[in-house]
Ligand binder design. Structure first.
Ligand code: ATP
Ligand code: MG
Length: 305
């Protein structure tokens, strides 16, 4: 662990003196159309992150945006399962320089493009300088998207924190279950204490609610506690109803926005998109800023990135 932390510190230190990496980020800034980057995470597993990421991406695409969905989950590569896609290449091949971004990014039948995940992504911190430079410049290929949605794994890994820190906004997913609420508060607390950022852009989605009131009560409780104990602003973005169409869609490996566009869950997601569109997001956002932050986050001893 100590060795790993040392390596991470070393990489971060070297990064500052890495002109090529920052050039890639600057180039991305220059050519970009302000890509909005949204990370989706949770404290507890299984609360609906992958379904929300995927269907949110589709809802955005249906609203006319160019969307890329990136699977940064270190466990099972869920996004492609929900979409019923078997990707030939993934982020692992990109990091290992076996493939370029243009080779691994996949079109889908749903109007979105996806970047499939890989457990190899866990090793960002251990890349050589050369690998890291090329990784950054490959990621800058994504700058032609309007929206990048990043599905992460549950809980606190350095990987998740790096993405949350680098992205414009983090959507925290919880369900009304007490354990999910406690774990969501836990991750909000860790994000708040680990990061130097003033405005974290944290937004809460309460999934699997039985009523509007249930969603609002959960959100109000969390927002109040975050304000009182962490002095942190968390916005309530909305709720998604418990809807059997979600399970059904997972079983059929097709997104519920496609299978049941008029269903309760789909309607809720469209509301969430319109609320996201009303929220001003921070200055300094965009893929260039994302890349700089992604590889320049502060070292966290004892954790894999
Ligand atoms: N709104 C909903 N209504 C009914 N069932 C839901 C809803 N949202 C999620 N589910 C159920 O929860 C399961 C888990 O969802 P999902 O895989 O999206 O969670 P996750 O947070 O990505 O999990 P993991 O932490 O393992 O990555 C789904 O397969 C589905 O059965
Ligand atoms: Mg998932």
């Amino acid at each position: 662990m100590a060795d790993q932390a040392e390596t991470l510190r070393e990489i971060m230190k070297n990064k500052i003196a890495l002109p090529e990496a920052s050039t890639a980020a600057r180039d991305a800034d220059a050519g970009e159309t302000k890509t909005r980057i949204i990370t989706i995470t949770s404290g507890k597993g299984g609360v609906g992150k992958t379904n929300i990421s995927t269907n949110l991406a589709i809802a955005y695409a249906q609203a006319g945006k160019k969307v890329i969905l990136m699977d940064a989950d270190l466990g099972l590569a869920n996004v492609n399962v929900v979409l019923g896609i078997i990707p030939q290449y993934n982020l692992y091949h990109l990091i290992r320089k076996q493939k370029a971004m243009s080779d691994i990014i996949m079109d889908t039948n749903y109007g979105i493009r996806i970047v499939a995940g890989a457990s190899g992504f866990a090793k960002i911190a251990n890349l050589t300088e050369e690998e890291r430079k090329s990784f950054v410049s490959e990621l800058s290929e994504l700058s032609n998207a309007d929206i990048i949605i990043i599905d992460t794994s549950a809980g606190v890994s350095n990987n998740v924190l790096s993405f949350v820190e680098a992205a414009d906004e983090a959507l925290i997913i919880t369900t009304p279950e007490p354990t999910a609420i406690t774990d969501a508060y836990g991750i909000i607390k860790i994000i708040a204490t680990e990061m130097d950022k003033q405005n974290l852009g944290l937004k809460l989605i309460v999934n699997r609610v039985k009523s509007v009131v249930e969603g609002r009560k959960v959100a109000e409780r969390m927002i109040t506690i975050a304000g009182q104990f962490l002095n942190l602003k968390v916005d309530y973005l909305g709720y998604i109803y418990e809807d059997p169409a979600v399970q059904n869609a997972v079983l059929r490996q097709k997104p519920f926005m496609i299978l049941d566009p008029k269903g309760k869950a789909s309607i809720c997601l469209r509301h969430i998109v319109s609320r996201l569109e009303k929220v001003e997001y921070r200055d300094g956002s965009g893929i260039g800023s994302f890349l700089r932050k992604l590889l320049g986050g502060k070292p966290r001893p004892g954790m894999d990135i």
